[in-house]
Unconditional design. Structure first.
Length: 683
């Protein structure tokens, strides 16, 4: 293969690749003279480009620096400690005046690259006094075509040293306002930021400094804080007045300063408790006096009882359980009707009900019946507490003892269960109150109560049997088995026997006479219960009456015959007022008996008219439960409902006249009311 002309011969290996890689270096390098010409042309082009860029930058308006210094760390502020005994320290001369922040000169560089021609910021901006545009100095390797004049600084008399920010805020005494430049400089010195420098701000700063160069340091002062101290003292006094037990706090402070001894404080506390006890004793003495006056038949002034109630309400939270029950008893004995007062007294009992005795619990339920307060909350509270007390006193059941098969069986009489902790009379009183107020009986309470009353029935006396109300005898608390056992016990003790007045001999035994008189009074009060129970069993549950033993039925027949000997009392109170109005209308009325029950008023029909006599049932205030605030009309008690039901069983059609309606009418309205009532019955 023949080599081409003008080309080097290939090497031994004969590869074009080797020929390219091993070519001569001197062929690629230009001559030294040619290289120097090229470098000179490049420098001229760069200098021309730099001059054009500098002229362009000088024609542009100044711009803010994008480079900002990092704000300094804020100084630590000492906590505020206010002391009234020391005055605030006066500021020194160096801290009385705040100097505005100095305007720092900055410069800006704008280097360029040969390839792209971009600029970059390498330093702070530089402004002269006239607001000249920033100029970027060329690199060291380049030649500077023209020197840039330095930035003009303010005169020496206007320059002020930079001072640290004082720890207190200062205001001018003259009352003048700070200028905008002052505010900017102060804020910049606080936040550590550089001021935004423009020609206008520089000029305003120089003028404001020139105007204030002759102002002395006395024109700035720390504001007066005397009013602030007075306000803090007033707040402290208000907080001290709001403390509940301020007297105890004052006594404690005096003890801390050794002004008084502990014995004096205890003596004052004892005096306060004695004064409180004296006020309670005075209250109870006045209530006892009011009770005796009411029992004597005197009508107590409403203002007097209201004053006693207002005095008693603040004392209730500090009373123990016995005093609460006593206060409830005395207010109810006087006939004072204040639903809120009784609820306040009852509201303090649940806190102490865990320590109540059986006697107090029974008395509380009796007081609820006397006041006719059918509050389900308190009825359930007392019933469940009675159940818990019974369960706590019951002896635990013993496990059966296993005997060997060879040992003979020994028959031992089972121990007679004992009542605990309520007696038979207490159980009857609890049942009477709950049933007459219409309480709902939980199944757990019914089981415990029936178990206890079954133990108590065989030991009831004649007076205890007569104490059982018809509501209790007909309630679920006494099912058929217990009702049958109760009637058998009544037949044994001859409950409902005629009353025997105590003998008044020439030389009577005083203690025995008083005892017999008290028994006579109690029996006369509750004697009608046995007759009402007999009438209810005979009229309403004839099947149960037929299933009783012969001796019990003969006893009930004797009770039925004795009921005819009961005397009807004269109409009193509400029934007497209705009878007076009918007498004014010329309508004759009389009162009579319907079995064991008295009929209030009976009006005979006109002659020649075949109709039954009109029987008026005058429902007095005692026939209703206490009226609550949410009730629009009062509710009849269970005892009143039982009476109405039994009278209807006896064949009487009743015309009810309600006391709560009658009391709102005047005398003329009452006459008109009775005329309309009669016309309705005749029609």
């Amino acid at each position: 293969m023949v080599a081409m002309e003008g080309t080097p011969e290939p090497r031994a290996r004969g590869s074009w690749r080797d020929a390219f890689l091993h070519r001569r270096k001197d062929e690629e390098k230009p001559a030294p003279r040619q290289r120097a010409v090229r470098e000179n042309d490049f420098e001229k082009a760069m200098l021309a480009q730099d001059r054009a860029m500098i002229e362009q930058l000088q024609r542009k308006p100044p711009r803010e620096s994008a480079v900002r210094k990092k704000p300094p760390t804020p100084p630590k502020v000492s906590p505020y400690k206010f002391r009234l005994d020391t005055a605030p320290p006066s500021p020194s001369n160096d801290s009385d005046q705040v100097q505005p922040a100095t305007v720092s000169t900055v410069s800006e560089t704008a280097p360029e690259t040969a390839e792209t021609g971009e600029t970059g910021e390498t330093g702070p901006e530089t402004l002269d006094a006239g607001g000249a545009a920033p100029v970027a100095p060329p690199p060291a390797a380049q030649e500077t075509p023209e020197p840039i004049p330095p930035v003009a600084e303010p005169p020496a008399e206007l320059r002020e040293p930079v001072v640290e920010q004082p720890s207190v805020t200062v205001v001018p005494k003259s009352g003048e306002l700070f200028s905008a430049a002052d505010i900017d400089s102060i804020m910049n010195s606080i936040t550590g930021e550089e001021a935004k420098i423009t020609p206008s701000t520089v000029k305003a700063s120089i003028e404001s400094r020139r105007d204030r160069r002759l102002v002395s340091e006395t024109e700035f002062s720390i504001p007066d804080r005397s009013k602030l101290r007075d306000q803090i003292r007033a707040i402290d006094s208000w907080l001290e007045d709001d403390v509940t037990c301020s007297e105890q706090v004052k006594e404690g402070l005096r003890l801390r300063h050794d002004d008084v001894s502990l014995q004096e404080v205890m003596a004052k506390t004892g005096k306060a408790s004695k004064a409180e006890g004296a006020s309670e004793a005075e209250l109870f003495s006045k209530l006892e006096s009011a009770k005796s006056r009411s029992k004597a038949g005197e009508k107590l002034p409403a203002a007097e009882m209201k004053d006693l109630a207002q005095r008693a309400k603040p004392m209730l939270p500090n009373m123990n359980l016995e005093k609460l029950v006593r206060a409830l008893n005395l207010f109810s004995a006087t006939g004072y009707e204040d639903y809120d007062l009784y609820l306040n007294v009852l509201g303090e009992i649940p806190v102490q009900v865990r320590g109540i005795s059986p006697e107090l619990l029974t008395k509380c339920l009796r007081l609820l019946w006397r006041l006719r307060l059918n509050e389900e909350t308190y009825l359930e509270l007392f019933s469940m507490e009675a159940m818990n007390m019974i369960r706590a006193k019951k002896p635990p059941r013993r496990p059966p003892v296993r005997r060997p098969a060879e040992a003979p069986l020994e028959v031992k009489a089972a121990p007679k269960p004992a009542l605990a902790p309520f007696s038979g009379r207490m159980l009857i009183q609890i049942g009477n109150c709950l049933t007459q107020l219409g309480a709902k009986h939980p199944s757990r309470f019914m089981d415990v109560y029936q178990e206890q009353i079954a133990i108590a029935i065989p030991s009831l006396s004649q007076e205890d049997c007569e104490l059982v109300t018809p509501c209790l005898a007909a309630s679920p608390l006494l099912p058929d088995a217990l009702r049958r056992a109760f009637l058998e016990r009544c037949a044994e003790v001859d409950a409902g026997a005629p009353l025997v007045a105590p003998e008044a001999s020439a030389t009577p035994e005083i203690a025995r006479y008083q005892r017999d008189a008290e028994v006579y009074r109690r029996r006369a009060k509750h004697l009608r219960n046995i007759f009402m129970i007999e009438a209810s069993i005979r009229k309403e549950t004839w099947a149960f009456f037929s299933s009783l033993p012969a001796e019990v039925r003969s006893y009930l027949d004797r009770v039925h015959e004795r009921s005819k000997e009961l005397k009807h009392p004269k109409p009193l109170g509400f029934a007497a007022e209705v009878a007076t109005v009918l007498d004014q209308l010329g309508v004759p009325t009389w009162s009579t008996m319907a079995g064991p029950l008295e009929v209030h008023l009976v009006q005979a029909n006109t002659p020649g008219v075949e109709a039954e006599d009109v029987v008026y049932e005058c429902n007095e205030a005692e026939a209703y439960c206490a009226m609550r605030q949410e009730d629009r009309t009062p509710q009849l008690t269970m005892a009143t409902k039982f009476r109405h039901k039994l009278l209807q069983r006896l064949g009487l059609q009743l015309v009810h006249i309600n006391y709560w309606e009658w009391s709102r009418l005047s005398e003329a309205q009452r006459i008109n009311y009775m005329v309309k009532l009669q016309a309705r019955q005749v029609g």
